[in-house]
Design a protein. Structure first.
Length: 63
């Protein structure tokens, strides 16, 4: 189950790193541009609503 509390808090200056991995990538909450807070990336830029489609390239270590 997900909610928008984490991104909302981050946008309001309440940023908390998530433990368990180096980076977490989220979508499903459209923003005007990609956002990065601590070890979190929010990449939904509203393509479904005529916004831009945002892509990221994920590579393993040594790539």
């Amino acid at each position: 189950i997900w909610n928008r509390e984490r991104i909302s808090n981050s946008q309001n200056g309440i940023v908390k790193e998530i433990k368990g991995a180096d980076t977490f990538i989220f979508g499903h909450t459209p923003a005007v541009k990609p956002l990065k807070f601590a070890n979190q990336m929010y990449i939904d830029t509203g393509a479904v609503f005529c916004g831009n489609l945002t892509l990221i390239q994920v590579q393993g270590e040594g790539a």
